[in-house]
Structures are given as structure tokens and as C-alpha cells.
Write a protein that binds this ligand. Sequence first.
Ligand SMILES: *[C@@H]1O[C@H](CO)[C@@H](O)[C@H](O)[C@H]1NC(C)=O
Ligand SMILES: *[C@@H]1O[C@H](CO)[C@@H](O)[C@H](O)[C@H]1NC(C)=O
Ligand SMILES: *[C@@H]1O[C@H](CO)[C@@H](O)[C@H](O)[C@H]1NC(C)=O
Ligand SMILES: *[C@@H]1O[C@H](CO)[C@@H](O)[C@H](O)[C@H]1NC(C)=O
Ligand SMILES: CC(=O)N[C@H]1CO[C@H](CO)[C@@H](O)[C@@H]1O
Ligand SMILES: CC(=O)N[C@H]1CO[C@H](CO)[C@@H](O)[C@@H]1O
Length: 253
Amino acid sequence: MAAMAALEVVMVAALLIAQAGAELKRVEHTPKTEGSLSILAVGDWGRRGQFNQTLVAEQMGVTGEKLDSDFIISTGDNFYDDGIANTSDPLFKESFTDIYTADSLQKPWYIVLGNHDYTGNALAQQDPAILEVDSRYNSVNKSFIVGAGVADFFLVDTSPFIQKYWNNSKFDWREVAPLTTYIDNLIQDLDDALTESTASWKIVVGHHPISSGCEHGNTSELVQLLLPVLKANTSWHRPSCMHKNLAHFYHNV
Ligand SMILES: *[C@@H]1O[C@H](CO)[C@@H](O)[C@H](O)[C@H]1NC(C)=O
Ligand SMILES: *[C@@H]1O[C@H](CO)[C@@H](O)[C@H](O)[C@H]1NC(C)=O
Ligand SMILES: *[C@@H]1O[C@H](CO)[C@@H](O)[C@H](O)[C@H]1NC(C)=O
Ligand SMILES: *[C@@H]1O[C@H](CO)[C@@H](O)[C@H](O)[C@H]1NC(C)=O
Ligand SMILES: CC(=O)N[C@H]1CO[C@H](CO)[C@@H](O)[C@@H]1O
Ligand SMILES: CC(=O)N[C@H]1CO[C@H](CO)[C@@H](O)[C@@H]1O
């Protein structure tokens, strides 16, 4: 009896920790000694070098060299059309490792998923086994923070917000469903993280834009749910035209 009671106490304690301990995972990227930071960002890469992927990769290599860039961010739709099937899917090497070969791109890549990644095996990109295939590929969690001295980068998983994806059977919602709970928790975690961050620059990155003058237009779910969290903490700068990817810049005011 005593043993069972003790077990119950442990289980209750574990439950409390699980509820209170929901916070975004944070990785630290040591900035250069003088504290400056240069980054490259890319998204909707193309595939197997096609759709000008190789040309863009070459120019990224040249620019990365000039800027002495610290790391690269990918804003998602990494693998067309349907993500990767597993960590040994040849598409991973063909569309990433074999393409981004320049010396200046041999840095950590911090990665979020786009909707195309979700119609494959959406867990494979966060599987630590992917690091054995290519050690640059840091898709640490679906949402996570990169601390880099002067700036904190908040990588946010935006696909679950978009309602037209919810009942689409191609989407891999494992570890995400139920979607409304996932979104509530994510917004709370992001709110907490933005509040706690003491970095001079807070940069929020996700696949879908909050507002855009381009073909896909504004994303109403993000206007409704994500924008208030960002506005509460920061002054926000809205890019006038983005295809799909969101990289909004917030200065800590
Ligand atoms: C990923 O993030 C979610 C939500 O923040 C969290 O529940 C989960 O434990 C994290 N996974 C890892 C491997 O850190
Ligand atoms: C991984 O995915 C590829 C591409 O779909 C497939 O050919 C291969 O058999 C899969 N490997 C494993 C171990 O499931
Ligand atoms: C998805 O399907 C469920 C159950 O069939 C329905 O209640 C819900 O309204 C649908 N959601 C959307 C966004 O279509
Ligand atoms: C998109 O958002 C911008 C900025 O909030 C707004 O000015 C514009 O009217 C919106 N466009 C549409 C089509 O709702
Ligand atoms: C040089 C090159 O490969 N250009 C291609 C860029 O992508 C467009 C659209 O896929 C192609 O039409 C071009 O040939
Ligand atoms: C630093 C800062 O202004 N933090 C605020 C972020 O927004 C939440 C509400 O959403 C406030 O509680 C914080 O004070």
C-alpha cells in the first residue's frame, strides 16, 4: 500500500512537471568574439538541384564567404513534394548534402518545417539520426529557439495553424494532434519565451507569412493567433511582399 501511495505521488509530481515544464527547447550558438552576427536564410529550396536550386546554392556560398556567415536558417518546404520518408531517404542527400557544398555553408543549419515537409514523415527531420547523415541539419524540434548573443531566433512551426490542412489526410500530425491544444501550448510557450528573452533582437521565423502582398496573401489564422503575441512584446516590421516564408524582425523595445 505504502509503495502504491508513493508511486501515485511520483506520478502526480511528474504530471505537474510535465504541465509546468512546457517550454521551447533552446540551443546556443556562440557568436563571433566581437559579438557580430551574419546569417543566411533560405526556404522552398527546390529539389535535386532543379528549379535553380544549384544556382542559388552557389550564390549562397559566395555570399556566405563574403559575410563570414555564422549559420543558415531554413524557413521550410525543405523537401518537395512530400518531405522525406525516413532519415535514410536518398532525397535528403540529393536535395541538401549534395547541393550546399560550398565551404561557407558548412555551418549549422537551423531548420523549421513547411507544409510540404508535413505530407511526408514529419518526424524524420527532427530524428537525431539525421545528424549522422549530415551533422549540419539542426531541426531540433518543430519549434525551438536559437540563442546567438545579440539575437534570439524563435523558430515557429506554422503549418498546424492553417485550418485547410487539418482534415487533409496527407498531413502527418503525429505528436501534433490534437491541433488546437498544440497551438494553444505553442502560443503560450512563445509568449513566455519572448517575455523571458533579454536579447537585443528577437527574430521570429516560420514558414507561412502573417501578411503578404504576394500570391498567397495574408494568413488569417496567424493574424488572429500569432500576431497578438508578437505585437505585445515588440515593434514589428512587416515585409511588403513575401512568397510564403515569414521572417519578421522584432527589436526588443
Ligand atoms: C519538442 O517541443 C514540444 C513542445 O514544446 C515538447 O513537448 C517536446 O518535448 C519537445 N521535444 C523534444 C525532443 O525536445
Ligand atoms: C526510406 O525511404 C526510402 C524512400 O522512400 C525507401 O526507399 C527506403 O526503403 C526507406 N528505408 C527504410 C529503412 O524504411
Ligand atoms: C475537420 O473535421 C472535423 C470532423 O470531421 C470537423 O468537425 C471540423 O470542422 C473539420 N475542420 C476543418 C477546419 O475543416
Ligand atoms: C493583409 O494585411 C495587411 C496588413 O495588416 C492589410 O493592410 C491588408 O489589407 C490585408 N490584405 C487582405 C487581402 O486582407
Ligand atoms: C539556369 C536555370 O536552370 N534556369 C531555370 C530556373 O528555373 C526556371 C523554372 O524552373 C527554369 O525555367 C530555368 O530554366
Ligand atoms: C517584454 C514584454 O513586453 N513582455 C510582454 C510580452 O507579452 C505578454 C503578454 O502577451 C506580456 O505579459 C509581457 O509582459
